[in-house]
Design a protein around this ligand. Structure first.
Ligand code: IPD
Length: 281
């Protein structure tokens, strides 16, 4: 079975590269920008086209596998993670960046079996960086091994986060309150690439010590989570404890003590879970 998943991962890398070409080409075209949950939650025809390209390619080789895809869920499909082999796809992570040609845009493909992540592929397609991780086998960028930062002091750290796509005043207040608490630790700086997947790869690469966000979805972080843990990092819920990829909350850090310090400063809240159908939210 192990070889089968290695084959699946090699296939995912090839598809992500092909998807990245489509994304790069689309940057030169006129874009039709549409919205989803709010006027700042953007989607383009390229997001939909790339998701279909990935799903169709996987179905040809692995016809029994299941999918959780950002745009399929937006179109009404269930967001169910079962024990079956499941590809968890964000065709363009950083759609707002893509629309504005802000240069951090990723194709993100996670793969899970028995609800355990087996591999993760994040292709930062404008930087041409292919991040990969296979469970138990380490994390890599363009074939070079990745390792999280060895910084122990949060005051000597850069923390990544995002403002997300909610403009509900209560959520925005909490996001700013957490940001204020973290800045005033004080830390060296706060950054955000505009793509959850790329932020997680920055943690894995040792460029930032941690990343946290409330409001992400499973497809934003499924691949990046394995890349962080295989690079030696830790994952945590924003209130501490085990991360739940359906909960839309995550802290990823180079070490447990830094994650725990961030948790202390977060003014947490709970957006509707990914696995709760809209009719029950
Ligand atoms: C978004 C990006 C963004 C994060 C949002 C995500 P999308 O994903 O990862 O950085 O702040 O929470 O939804 O919509 O571009 O795939």
């Amino acid at each position: 079975m192990a070889d089968l998943w290695q084959n699946a991962m090699d296939y995912a890398v090839a598809i992500a590269r092909k998807a990245g070409e489509v994304v790069r080409d689309a940057l030169r075209d006129d874009m039709k920008v549409m919205t989803k949950s709010s006027s700042v939650d953007l989607v383009t025809q390229t997001d939909q086209k790339v998701e279909q390209l990935i799903i169709q390619s996987v179905k040809e080789k692995f016809p029994t596998h299941r999918f959780i895809g950002e745009e399929s869920v937006a179109a009404g499909e269930a967001c169910d993670l079962t024990d079956s082999p499941t590809w968890i796809i964000d065709p363009i992570d950083g759609t707002t960046n893509f629309v504005h040609a802000f240069p951090f845009v990723a194709v993100s493909i996670g793969f899970s079996v028995n609800k355990q992540s087996e591999f993760g592929v994040v292709y930062s397609c404008l930087e041409d960086k292919m991040f990969t991780a296979r469970r138990g086998k380490g994390a890599f960028c363009n074939g070079e091994p990745l390792k999280v930062s060895d910084q122990e002091d949060i005051k000597q750290s850069i923390i990544a986060t995002e403002f997300g796509s909610s403009r509900e005043p209560e959520a925005v207040d909490k996001i700013f309150s957490s940001l204020r608490n973290i800045l005033c630790i004080p830390v060296h700086g706060v950054r955000g690439a505009g793509s959850a997947a790329i932020n997680m790869c920055l943690v894995a690469s040792g460029c930032v010590e941690a990343y946290y966000e409330i409001g992400i979805h499973i497809w934003d972080v499924a691949a990046g989570s394995l890349i962080v843990s295989e690079a030696g990092g830790v994952l945590m819920d924003v209130e501490g404890g085990v991360v739940d990829l359906m909960s839309r909350r995550i802290v990823a850090a180079n070490r447990r003590a830094i994650a725990e310090r961030i948790v202390k400063e977060i003014d947490s809240f709970s957006p509707p879970r990914d696995d709760t159908p809209p009719s029950k939210q």
